[in-house]
Write a protein that binds this ligand. Structure first.
Ligand SMILES: *[C@@H]1O[C@H](CO)[C@@H](O)[C@H](O)[C@H]1NC(C)=O
Ligand SMILES: *[C@@H]1O[C@H](CO)[C@@H](O)[C@H](O)[C@H]1NC(C)=O
Ligand SMILES: *[C@@H]1O[C@H](CO)[C@@H](O)[C@H](O)[C@H]1NC(C)=O
Length: 503
C-alpha cells in the first residue's frame, strides 16, 4: 500500500501519459454506475416518503428536519445530480416543488452562504443543464421557473450586502431585514458567493448581483492591513463589515477559510478574461501553501497535510473539510499547466486517502492531527503507522475526500483513484445505509462505525453521490477535463455551472 502511494506522484512526475482529452477512452462502468444510481434512489425515496418537502430526512426515526429554512433543501440540492443521472421522474418532482417555494417566508435566520451554495446554485445548475446538454429530459416549458426562482431568491437576499463596506452580513432576518449583529464576516462565507451571483447576472442580464458579490470580494483580493496576510496570498479568518479590513491573521485551508481559495481558481475557469486577478491570487496562495504550510507527519514523511498558522504558531490539525485541497491543487495544476501544483495535489489526495484507508470502517474522520506532542496513548499505533490520529471521529456524509479522488482520476486517468472512490462508496453503503436512507456515523474507527446519527445531510445528494457517480459515468461535457478545456465548473456544493461564453 505504501509503495503504491509513493508511486503515484512519481509516475505523474515522470510524465507517464494516461490519456488526453481529445482521445478520451470512455471507461465508464455500467454496473458500478447502476449501483450508485440505486443508492441515490434509496436516499431519495426515503426523503420523499418521510421528509419531503422539509429540508432533510432523519433516516433512523423516519422523521424530518428543517435546518435550511424549510424550503426543501434536499430536493433542491438533489436536482443537478438527478439530471446528471438522467432520472426524469425525480427531476420533475423537484421542479414541481421549486415552482411552489416561497423564499420570502421562513421562521428562522438565513445564512447567505448556505442559501447561495445549496439553493441558488442548485437552481442555476438545473437551469444550465436543462437548457444545455440535458435538454429534452423534461418538458422545455418547465425549465424557466428555475431561473425565475433564482432571481426571486437573490432579490430577497440582496439586502445582506447593504453595509458600509459592502461586505455582507452572513446571518440575516428576512422579515425585519436585520442581521445577527456580528461586526465581522468570515473569509469563506464572504468569498463563496461570487460564482453564483455572477452566474445569475450573466444569465439574467442584470448586473446587480455580480456587482454586489464582486464588490465584497474586492476586500479579499486587495487585503489590508498587511499583518493579517502573514504569507503572500494567505489571509486571516474574519473581515470587519464596517471597514472591509481583516480583523485577524489566522490562516488555514480548513472550514471557515476553505472555499475562498476554492473559488479563486474556479472563477478563472468560469471566465479567464474577467477573473485573471482571481487566478493570480490563487497561484500566490498555492505557492505560499507549499512553501509555508506543507507539513509531513514525522512517522510518515511521504504524507503531506496543510497546517494552520496564527500569531507565529503552527497548529497541526486538519479534517475532512480541508481534504478538498487536493482537488483544488489538481484543478489549478491542470488548468494552468503547473506540474508542481498537480504533484502536490496528488500528494494531498494520497494523504487524505490514508485517513480513509487506516480506519476500521474505511471512512475518514471529521478531524485529525499529526502533532507529535499530543498523540493519545490509545492512538499511538495509528499515528506511527498512518501518520495521523483522530480528534473527532464522526462522519456526517461529507464529500471532500471523494471529491479530491474524483479530480485525481480525471486529471491522471489512473484507475487506482477510481478504486479509492469505489472503496469509499462501498464503506458508506455498508455503515451509513439505513432502511430509509443514509445516516452519519459517530466513530469511523469503531466496529460498525459506532452509532448511526439520525440525519441525512442534503449534500449526500448534491456532492457525495454526484462525485461517486461521475467517476463511473459515461463521458459528458460536465465532467472535469484535463487541461484548460473545462466548459463547466462545480460550485462548492458540486452544482455544475456552465462556464461563461460571450454569445
Ligand atoms: C428514478 O428514480 C426513481 C425514484 O427513486 C426510481 O424508482 C427509478 O427507478 C429511477 N429511474 C431510473 C431510470 O433510474
Ligand atoms: C470594525 O470597525 C469598526 C470601525 O472602525 C470598529 O468600531 C469596530 O470595533 C471593528 N470591529 C471589530 C470586531 O474589529
Ligand atoms: C486499504 O487499501 C488497500 C489497498 O488499496 C485495500 O486493499 C484495503 O481494503 C483498504 N482498507 C480499507 C479499510 O479501506
Amino acid at each position: 500500500m505504501r509503495t503504491h502511494l509513493l508511486a503515484l506522484p512519481a509516475l505523474v512526475a515522470a510524465g507517464v501519459p494516461y490519456y488526453s482529452n481529445s482521445q478520451f477512452v470512455d471507461r465508464s462502468d455500467g454496473s458500478r454506475a447502476d449501483a450508485i444510481k440505486e443508492a441515490f434512489s434509496h436516499a431519495w425515496d426515503g426523503y420523499y416518503e418521510y421528509a419531503f418537502p422539509h429540508d432533510e430526512l432523519h433516516p433512523i426515526s423516519k422523521g424530518y428536519g428543517d435546518s435550511r429554512n424549510s424550503w426543501g433543501a434536499s430536493a433542491v440540492d438533489a436536482l443537478s445530480t438527478a439530471i446528471i443521472m438522467r432520472n426524469a421522474t425525480i427531476v420533475n418532482q423537484i421542479i414541481d416543488h421549486i415552482a411552489k417555494v416561497d423564499y420570502s417566508t421562513t421562521n428562522s435566520d438565513v445564512s447567505l452562504f448556505e442559501t447561495t451554495i445549496r439553493y441558488l446554485a442548485g437552481m442555476l445548475s438545473g437551469y444550465d443543464l436543462l437548457k444545455g446538454p440535458a435538454s429534452g429530459l423534461v418538458d422545455e416549458s418547465r425549465v424557466g421557473v428555475l431561473l425565475e426562482q433564482s432571481k426571486n431568491l437573490a432579490d430577497i437576499l440582496k439586502f445582506a450586502f447593504d453595509t458600509p463596506s459592502g461586505v455582507p452580513h452572513n446571518v440575516i432576518d428576512l422579515t425585519t431585514h436585520g442581521n445577527d449583529g456580528n461586526e465581522v464576516n468570515g473569509l469563506a462565507v464572504t468569498g463563496t458567493l461570487v460564482l453564483e451571483w455572477t452566474r445569475l447576472s450573466d444569465l439574467t442580464g442584470d448586473d446587480e448581483y455580480a456587482r454586489l458579490s464582486q464588490r465584497a470580494q474586492e476586500y479579499l483580493l486587495h487585503p489590508s492591513p498587511p499583518e493579517y496576510q502573514p504569507f503572500p496570498g494567505l489571509l486571516g479568518h474574519t473581515i470587519n463589515i464596517t471597514t472591509g479590513e481583516f480583523a485577524d491573521g489566522s490562516v488555514s485551508w480548513g472550514g471557515g477559510h476553505d472555499s475562498y481559495y476554492e473559488y479563486l481558481i474556479k472563477m478563472y475557469v468560469y471566465d479567464p478574461e474577467r477573473f485573471s486577478l482571481y487566478r493570480d491570487r490563487w497561484v500566490t496562495a498555492a505557492e505560499s501553501t507549499m512553501k509555508y504550510l506543507a507539513s509531513h507527519p514525522s512517522p510518515r514523511q511521504d504524507l503531506v497535510f496543510v497546517a494552520n498558522y496564527n500569531e507565529h504558531q503552527y497548529s497541526f490539525v486538519s479534517g475532512h473539510l480541508t481534504c478538498f485541497d487536493g482537488g483544488s491543487f489538481l484543478l489549478g495544476g491542470t488548468v494552468l499547466g503547473r506540474q508542481d501544483f498537480t504533484d502536490f495535489g496528488l500528494q494531498l489526495v494520497a494523504s487524505c486517502h490514508e485517513t480513509y484507508n487506516a480506519t476500521v470502517t474505511g471512512i475518514g474522520p471529521e478531524s485529525f492531527s499529526w502533532d507529535p506532542s499530543k498523540v493519545p496513548a490509545a492512538q499511538r499505533d495509528l499515528y506511527e503507522q498512518s501518520g495521523f490520529f483522530i480528534t473527532g471521529g464522526s462522519y456526517i456524509l461529507r464529500p471532500e475526500v471523494i471529491e479530491s479522488f474524483y479530480y485525481a482520476w480525471r486529471v491522471t486517468g489512473n484507475e487506482e483513484y477510481r478504486e479509492w472512490v469505489w472503496n469509499a462508496f462501498t464503506s458508506i453503503n455498508k455503515y451509513c445505509r439505513t432502511g430509509s436512507g443514509f445516516a452519519g456515523i459517530s466513530d469511523v474507527n469503531a466496529a460498525n462505525g459506532g452509532n448511526q446519527l439520525d440525519n441525512q445531510e442534503s449534500f449526500i445528494f448534491a456532492e457525495v453521490l454526484k462525485y461517486v457517480y461521475l467517476t463511473f459515468a459515461p463521458e459528458d461535457e460536465w465532467q472535469v477535463q484535463r487541461g484548460s478545456g473545462n466548459t463547466w465548473v462545480f460550485n462548492t456544493e458540486a452544482h455544475p455551472l456552465k462556464v461563461y461564453t460571450n454569445q
